[in-house]
Design a protein around this ligand. Sequence first.
Ligand SMILES: [Zn+2]
Length: 164
Amino acid sequence: MPKRYALFALLCITGSAIAGEAHQHGVAQMTVAIEGNTATIEFTSPLENLIGFEHAPRNDKERKVVQALKEKFQKPESLLIPTAAANCRADSVDLELPGDHGSDGHADLHATIMYRCKSPVALNAINLRLFDAFPRLDRIKVQLAIPGRQSAVELSRKRPTLSW
Ligand SMILES: [Zn+2]
C-alpha cells in the first residue's frame, strides 16, 4: 500500500517538479528539444546520483572519479543513443560542474549535449543508457519539445527509452 501512495504522490508533483530545479537524490531532470537536424539535450542531476558524493574532491581518488565522470559525458554517444537510422553525432558537449560547492552541501552536474543528425526524419527515440552508467540514478523527468508538441514523461531503469 505505501508504495502505491508514493507513486500517486509522485505523479501529482511531476508537473511542477520538472519546471523547478528540484534537487532530489535518485532523480534527474532532462529537456530534449528537436529542431531541424539538431537534438539538444539538457541534463541536470545531483552529483550524488552520478558519483556518490557532492563535495569538492578531497583526494586523488575523488579527483579521478570526477575526471572519469567528465570523460563519460565527453562521449555522450554511449549515454544517450538516438535512433540509429537518424545517423546522429554529438556535435558539442557543454559540462558544468560546481567549482565551489553550495553551503547546503548539495551540488548538481549540468550538461548540454547537441546532436546533429543526417536523417532527422528518422529520429523518433533516444535510449538513455544513463541508468546503466549510473546505478544510483532511478528516474529522469524529461520534458520533450518537438515541433508542434511538448510533453513531459518520466523515465526509469525499467523504461529507459524516450520515444515520440
Ligand atoms: Zn544532494
